[in-house]
Design a protein around this ligand. Structure first.
Ligand code: DC
Length: 223
């Protein structure tokens, strides 16, 4: 049987990874959070002392970044950087900002998109990110754009940071989200954008569960 590939894009903090995770577990398939791969490279830049906005420095660093993704028995994704599982180190604000900066570079995007397509060749999968519907899996019939208002996304991010034991200021988190949205949507190469054949799901006022149900409904109608 042909592999099932579901593409989900959307801005930071819209809940797309959570939605993608539940869709994947409902269907019994893997979930690839592609942002974590950009985060791994952002972390590598920070730890290597390369400024994440220094294109030449990043280009020199890229061949030394061996980024791999595996799935454990529970289906959870692990991201490996040069042979070390760095999954637990990817969710800090510093890494968020660095990952958005490194994702501007075409060479970084091409390398990671090729790795993501290879994962999609191997498994039935739900992938979420910024260019999945437009670049990584443009031919899948299952394409969704999950978004929410900036305020709602800032509130969620603060809750998420709190669970990780980090305190954050609402105005600062909101400003960071706006800056990252701008960077992700305004970049020249493979920006975040919604195409006409991609279904819009706004999670500002609906629950994750409802968003998941909408997606599953579309899939069951087409399958
Ligand atoms: O989804 P996230 O916040 O973990 O992603 C981190 C950064 O990676 C985000 O600011 C933009 C970038 N990214 C991207 O450019 N393309 C993707 N497919 C996924 C993430």
């Amino acid at each position: 049987m042909d592999k099932l590939r579901i593409a989900i894009d959307g801005p930071a903090g819209a809940g797309k990874s959570t939605v993608a995770k539940y869709v994947a577990s409902s269907l019994g398939i893997h979930h690839l959070d592609t942002g974590s791969m950009y985060r791994a490279f952002g972390l590598f830049a920070l730890e290597s002392g390369v400024d994440p906005t220094d294109a030449a420095g990043l280009a020199a660093l890229l061949p030394n970044a061996n980024i791999e993704v595996t799935f454990d028995d529970e289906g959870a994704q692990h991201v490996w950087l040069n042979g070390v599982d760095r999954t637990a180190d990817l969710r800090t604000e510093a890494v968020s900002i660095a990952s958005s900066a490194v994702s501007l570079l075409p060479a970084v995007r091409d390398k990671l998109a090729a790795l993501q397509r290879a994962v999609g060749e191997k498994y039935s999968i739900v992938m979420d990110g910024r260019d999945i519907t437009t670049n990584v899996l443009p031919d899948t019939p299952y394409k969704f754009f999950v978004t929410a208002s900036v305020e709602e996304r800032a509130r969620r991010r603060i809750r998420q940071l709190r669970r990780l034991g980090q305190e954050a200021d609402f105005a600062q988190v909101k400003a960071d989200i706006i800056a990252r949205d701008r960077q992700d949507s305004d970049r020249a190469y493979m920006p975040l954008r919604r195409t006409e054949d991609t279904m819009l799901i706004d999670t500002t006022k609906i629950s994750v569960r409802e968003a998941v149900e909408r997606i599953l409904e579309v899939i069951s109608k087409k399958e």
